[in-house]
Design a protein around this ligand. Structure first.
Ligand code: PEP
Length: 253
C-alpha cells in the first residue's frame, strides 16, 4: 500500500509567531479530527524548522519538510542550506524542483538529479515536483514533457532509491492561480507518470510510489481530486496557510 500524503508548502510566508500559531493549530486539529492513515508534512521556511520541530515532535501523523536544499553537502554557497544540515536536525522531507525554483532560480533537470542524490544519501525523502506550463499543455506534448522531467532527474536511480522518492505533479498553470486541473486531467497525468515509472522499474515498484497532485488544491476540490486511483494526496500552497482549510484538505484524503 503506497503512502497517502498531504504536504503543505508555506513558501516564503509567516513570521515566527505566526508560524508557531499555525503549526500548533494544525497539530491540534489533525489530532482531534483526522483518524485515517495519512501523513501530513509541513514544508516551512527553513529558518523555522528547529523551532517548529518542538511542536510537531510526538504529534502523530505530522512531520516537517524543507522547501529546497543545495546539491552539494557543504561549501562556499552563501545563503544555501544542505541535506546533511537537514538530516542533522531530524527533518525527514524536502521539496525538490518546485516550479518556482525552476523558474526563478534556473534549476535544471540535471541539477535536480544531483539534489535528489544528496537527499537520498542523507536519508531524506525528496518530494520531487514536475509539471507543465500552459503553453506546453496547449501547444505541445505536455505529457511527454513531464515524463522527460522524471527521466532526466530520477531515472539514474536504482529501484531501491526510487522507492524513497515522492513525486508531486504540479501543473504550473494551476499553481497559485485558482485554476485547478480537473479530476480527469489529474488522473490522466498521474496514470501516465506511473506508467512511465513502470516501464523503467516495473509495475511493482511503480505501484509503491506516492504521486501527489498540486495546484490550487482547496477544501472544496480536494475530495474529488484525491478520489482518483493514481492520486495519492496533495501538495498544497495557499490553502496550507490557514489551519482550517489545510485540515479540511487532509480530512478529504
Ligand atoms: C505549490 O506551490 O506547491 C502549490 C500547489 O501552490 P497552490 O496550492 O497555492 O496552487
Amino acid at each position: 500500500m503506497r503512502k497517502k500524503i498531504v504536504a503543505g508548502n508555506w513558501k516564503m510566508n509567516k513570521t515566527l509567531d505566526e508560524a508557531i500559531a499555525l503549526t500548533s493549530e494544525v497539530v491540534n486539529m489533525i489530532k482531534d479530527e483526522v483518524s485515517g492513515q495519512v501523513e501530513v508534512v509541513l514544508c516551512v521556511p527553513s529558518l523555522y524548522l528547529i523551532t517548529l520541530k518542538k511542536y510537531t515532535d510526538g504529534a502523530a501523523k505530522i512531520s516537517l519538510g524543507a522547501q529546497n536544499c543545495h546539491e552539494k553537502p557543504s561549501g562556499a554557497y552563501t545563503g544555501e542550506i544542505s541535506a546533511p544540515m537537514l538530516k542533522a536536525i531530524g527533518i525527514p522531507y524536502v521539496i525538490i524542483g518546485h516550479s518556482e525554483r525552476r523558474q526563478y532560480f534556473g534549476e535544471t533537470n540535471e541539477q535536480l538529479a544531483e539534489k535528489i542524490n544528496i537527499t537520498l544519501e542523507n536519508g531524506l525523502t525528496p518530494i520531487f515536483c514536475c509539471g507543465e506550463s500552459l503553453d506546453q499543455r496547449e501547444n505541445h506534448d505536455f505529457i511527454g514533457f513531464v515524463k522527460n522531467q522524471i527521466t532526466e532527474s530520477l531515472f539514474h536511480l536504482d529501484a531501491g532509491q526510487l522507492a524513497q522518492v515522492v513525486v508531486a505533479y504540479e501543473p504550473i498553470w494551476a499553481i497559485g492561480t485558482g485554476l485547478t486541473a480537473s479530476a480527469e486531467q489529474a488522473q490522466e497525468m498521474h496514470a501516465a507518470l506511473r506508467g512511465h515509472l513502470a516501464e523503467k522499474y516495473g509495475s511493482d515498484v511503480a505501484e509503491e510510489i506516492s504521486i501527489l497532485y498540486g495546484g490550487s488544491v482547496g477544501a472544496a476540490n480536494a475530495a474529488e481530486l484525491f478520489a482518483n486511483p493514481d492520486v495519492d494526496g496533495g501538495l498544497v500552497g495557499g490553502a496550507s496557510l490557514k489551519s482550517r482549510d489545510f485540515t479540511d484538505i487532509v480530512k478529504a484524503r
